[in-house]
Design a binder for this molecule. Structure first.
Ligand SMILES: [Zn+2]
Length: 345
């Protein structure tokens, strides 16, 4: 019997840097950046959307090998089954089962195909760690109960005012030319989703720290990218020295074979990692107040201030590290055009 597949599961709410972390981790030896594997069946198999390498998924040689071992003729049924099992309205029951110590997402006949997917990915890539950036906590809970999977949870989080702002941007699902847009929930909905998914992620896994759970804030990641990625690599059981850093905040990226995720996963070459703080200036006072009120139960607990921080004035010479406020100001070279796009996913 083969050893279990170690899956580094990126959990939490969206737009918190998971695509960036996945792509960077994919450059380490022994790591395969799989992307959002919960979408493999729908967006990959059925819609044949681009792999991280740029080819339509069904034309990618790597996924061709993996797919041969999967019941791809049942992709539509598996995708529909997942949607049904992972619905938000099932959350209270999921948490109740977790508290009772039973499997949070009940077993299902499709589970064999899901377990086979991760085993096949590990076999064909030779990876010791598979990074899955699906984020949705119920899917992570489902994975954690599958045979042959050793789950380690990386809880990525970001200031909810920033994520609410980011969700409102118009972005094509697979880049600017894609007519199908990424979802754009209103700020109130983005705020509630932030609260729900971050709370559920902590409830499900926080007690597994330090070996099974690590919480990382986007603000710390962008303030000190290399040190933060070293910490994540160590947590995943990967050599922290094997990363793609050419400077403390610059990485050299080669293509990955990630499924779904933010369009920035296609980015290659030298990429600077900087904080996207446009929301500090452009999020309206009303939206700021609304998101703050709706997420108040989690803000303090998760280390975010209620008041809008006063960003350092450009050129004031404050060290660019140490938390959300420290990364403020337009001087950090942030923008949508030409940015790493890591404000999302
Ligand atoms: Zn590919």
């Amino acid at each position: 019997m083969s050893p279990p597949v170690r899956v580094l599961y990126l959990a939490g709410s969206g737009r918190s840097g998971s695509t960036l972390v996945t792509t960077v981790l994919g450059q380490y030896d022994g790591v395969f950046a799989a992307g959002e594997l919960r979408y493999l069946w729908q967006r990959g198999e059925l819609e044949n959307r681009p792999c991280g390498c740029g080819r339509p998924l069904r034309d990618c040689p790597l996924w061709g090998e993996v797919r041969r071992e999967l019941p791809t003729d049942r992709a539509a049924a598996i995708a529909a089954g997942l949607r049904g099992r992972l619905r938000m309205r099932g959350l209270p029951a999921l948490l109740r089962r977790h508290r009772r110590g039973v499997r949070p997402v009940p077993a299902h006949p499709d589970d064999a195909a899901l377990a086979d997917l991760y085993a096949a990915v590990a076999r064909h890539t030779g990876a010791r760690v598979v990074v899955d950036s699906s984020k949705l906590p119920p899917y992570g809970a489902l994975l954690g109960a599958l045979p042959g999977i050793e789950l380690r949870v990386l809880h990525l989080m970001r200031d909810p005012r920033a994520t609410a702002f980011s969700w409102r941007r118009r972005r094509g699902l697979d880049g600017d030319t894609d007519p199908e847009l990424m979802s754009r929930p209103p700020v109130w909905k983005a705020a509630l989703l932030w609260l729900v998914w971050n709370t559920v992620t902590a409830r499900l896994w926080a007690d597994r720290a330090p070996t099974g759970y690590l919480r990382v804030r986007y603000e710390d990641l962008t303030a000190d990218p290399e040190a933060t990625l070293r910490r994540i690599a160590g947590f995943a059981g990967v050599d922290p020295d094997g990363g793609p850093f050419t400077g403390p905040a610059t990485v050299r990226l080669t293509p990955t074979h990630s499924v779904a995720g933010n369009p920035s996963r296609h980015r290659t070459g030298p990429v600077p990692i900087t904080a996207d703080v446009q929301w500090r200036h452009d999020l309206s006072r009303w939206s700021y107040a609304l998101v703050t009120a709706l997420t108040a139960p989690g803000l303090r607990r998760l280390g975010y201030p209620w008041r809008r921080g006063v960003p350092a004035p450009a050129g004031a010479g404050r060290p660019a590290r140490g938390g959300p406020a420290a990364a403020g100001g337009r001087s950090v070279g942030v923008g949508r055009a030409g940015s790493t796009g890591h404000e999302e996913g």
